[in-house]
Design a binder for this molecule. Structure first.
Ligand SMILES: N[C@@H](CCC[C@H](N)C(=O)O)C(=O)O
Length: 260
């Protein structure tokens, strides 16, 4: 069988998008999803996303990591899916959709800029050398000195598979402060098991963590990621972070068909 796919990227975090409103896609076939995401044997992507019908919202987001397993929320993938839904005519520049972590509001701006509301955060675990929080996906956030030369893959894997997070693991972000409203980060992604060029829930986690631990008192934060720039803004009510928005580019790359 031939299937039609669309390829999108958000600050270099790339995804295979499939319109599954007719429910044709074999969702339980982990090996197939892994192959479609494989950069040598398939299309190549950090993840695969199905756009599905939902009775109460504009559409449902079903997200798989490139290892073929369904996972938790993907911020950049969510932004790319909004752009895909707009391209398909499912929405008209504004949407409310459902994902694994609940409802998301989003809007499409000029120059393919998508702004996506993320979940509220009210638990930030502060430790001496790192912070842990869930922004739809679990994130370890750690400040490092020499971010440019840091071995993200090896150090990220050691923490992801180490005693802190057990079987479930976590995404691991390494951060450097640039100025009071700007941070650079590099992320090791669970389920990709490598550094990716960007991670939306990771950028969100870094912005909130840096505010929570007093590295900044800003509530609109610029994030430099390997594949570009993102902005995370929020309101802070005591230890509660609400109205969290992740904003940045989400771009169509190409479409095609592939035999499965
Ligand atoms: N790239 C994503 C994060 C995807 C989920 C993550 N790999 C996990 O399994 O926790 C993003 O942009 O948020």
């Amino acid at each position: 069988m031939q299937i039609e796919f669309y390829k999108y990227q958000g600050t270099g975090n790339d995804f295979v998008m499939i319109d599954n409103r007719s429910e044709f896609f074999p969702k339980e076939d982990i090996k197939l999803i892994e192959r479609l995401c494989d950069r040598r044997f398939g299309i190549g992507a950090d993840g695969l996303i199905l756009l599905e019908n939902d009775g109460e919202t504009d559409f449902r987001m079903v997200y798989y990591n490139s290892d073929g397993n369904q996972s938790s929320m993907c911020g950049n993938g969510g932004r790319c899916l909004v752009a895909f839904a707009n391209q398909l005519g499912v929405i008209d520049n504004k949407t409310t959709f459902i994902a694994t972590d609940g409802l998301h509001h989003a809007s499409v701006g000029d120059d393919a800029i998508i702004s996506l509301q993320m979940i509220d955060v009210d638990q930030v675990q502060k430790n001496d050398s790192y912070t842990f929080l869930n922004t739809g996906s679990p994130h370890h956030v750690q400040i490092v000195e020499d971010l440019e030369h840091y071995n993200v893959k090896d150090n990220g894997a050691a923490i992801r598979y180490g005693e802190l997070y057990g079987e479930k693991g976590s995404n691991i972000n390494f951060v450097k402060k640039v100025d009071d409203s700007t941070f650079s980060l590099r992320t090791y992604e669970r389920g990709v098991e490598d550094e990716t060029l960007a991670c939306g829930t990771g950028a969100t986690a870094v912005a909130i963590a840096m505010n929570a631990i007093g590295q900044t008192d800003q509530t609109s934060i610029n994030l430099n990621v390997e594949g570009g720039k993102l902005i995370v803004s929020f309101d802070k009510l005591g230890e509660h972070f609400t109205n969290v928005f992740l904003t940045g580019p989400a771009k169509f790359v190409f479409k095609g068909t592939i035999g499965i």
